[in-house]
Design a binder for this molecule. Sequence first.
Ligand SMILES: Cc1cc2nc3c(=O)[nH]c(=O)nc-3n(C[C@H](O)[C@H](O)[C@H](O)COP(=O)(O)OP(=O)(O)OC[C@H]3O[C@@H](n4cnc5c(N)ncnc54)[C@H](O)[C@@H]3O)c2cc1C
Length: 444
Amino acid sequence: MTRFDTLVVGAGICGSTAARILHRAGQRVVVLEARDRVGGRVWTVRADGRTFDVGASWIHGIENNPLADAVQAFGIGTAEFTVGSYQPDGRPIAYYSPDGTRLSENAAARFAADVHYFDEAFAATIAESSPGVSFGDAVEATLTQLDWDAGRLDRVREFLAHRAEEQLGVGQGDLDAHGLDDDAIEGDEVVFPDGYDELAVRLTEGLDVRLQHVVTHVRWSDDGVLVRAGSHSFSADRAVVTVPIGVLESADFIIEPPLPEPVSGALDRLAMNAFEKVFLRFPIKFWDENVYAVRRQGEAGRWWHSWYDVTQPHGLPTLLTFAAGPCAQQTRHWSDERISDSIVEALRGMYGERVVPPDSVYVTRWQDDPFSYGSYSYMTVGSRPRDHDDLATPIGGVLHLAGEATWTDDPATVTAAMKSGHRAAERILERRVPFCEIWEAMNR
Ligand SMILES: Cc1cc2nc3c(=O)[nH]c(=O)nc-3n(C[C@H](O)[C@H](O)[C@H](O)COP(=O)(O)OP(=O)(O)OC[C@H]3O[C@@H](n4cnc5c(N)ncnc54)[C@H](O)[C@@H]3O)c2cc1C
């Protein structure tokens, strides 16, 4: 059996980043990947000459972000699209009131001002909240401080519920009050007209990646690690395990001896969410011109409330919406057709009979994906922000957990995945590694 310096489990952005840095430093590295492709939760589906990013779409803020620097250095094309973070304004959004009529510009601006005012008070509530308070409780505690009529309170209350669902794929009662602490965006957000997956392909160029290797056992000791993937066994001085926490928490993936504290406690307090994308392509564009997004207020928007116009760059009228949190859980076993019908009905509540049935519908099924079990991590009530970093505490000097869930500053993102892979490589090499080593040409 060949012995490697470092064994990396998972060829997502985290694992590819770590492997690339270590390979560049002269290590003998192998990457074991369960799927038949690289990229993990960065996944582009191509059909009819069009691309759909069915995993991550956005870089959430391109300033001070090594991910954006890597994308630029690789020459991967991007397009500005700054509404990925759930903000009430900033880019043109068509708001529809609870009765289905479009809000005037003034009314929409007043609503956005209410959300901004609320957000300032909300930040103070969260800063002062004791451990174990949910995001929903913190919202209610803040709303009681506001001398507003019931209608204004309801609009802001539902917007915050939708923010928790759409940003983190969880109902606000199940999310810790600190769960969106790191939601700030630095600079524009961008998407990938030709597909986000090019990043994963570029990162893994020249690496020894073994696809369709489903790792089931990781045994660690002072001597290193032994990993089993089907009939194959691999040994190495150390391993970087980047599988999503949904896999770590499942019975499919055994780590022996079991994870010690503080890693095990942190893993117990973090959870995988329920968040699915739905792309609907229509024969005609019936919604408002020159808007990035359409949002529905009131009870009619409880599940389907936000649609993003992703018609560009292919010119075919397409809306993207999300089944998020409770909606994703309850529609999990629905057929694509039933989900589409439900969304069309919601759109008719705003656009009436102008809404025609879609030509094609694509629904993601991340909750049922055996190599993910959800879309990304969130903080359960009672967890602490530092649980993310604690999850990456090196174990026995030989085992490093890494991935989006292990990065405190901006978890649940591709940026977090890349930074945590970089950190794991730095810890292994026991030196600082400039970020540019991720994208500079490899000489070996
Ligand atoms: C629908 C959706 C929308 C998102 N939107 C955004 C967004 O707009 N912007 C953003 O920044 N982030 C977004 N994210 C989150 C982002 O995609 C992830 O945070 C990031 O890609 C995680 O990278 P990773 O390397 O940590 O994990 P992964 O990409 O999950 O990589 C882990 C790898 O391990 C492999 N693996 C799993 N089990 C095994 C096993 N047993 N053996 C071997 N290999 C295994 C997996 O196949 C995978 O390739 C979104 C995610 C989803 C699903």
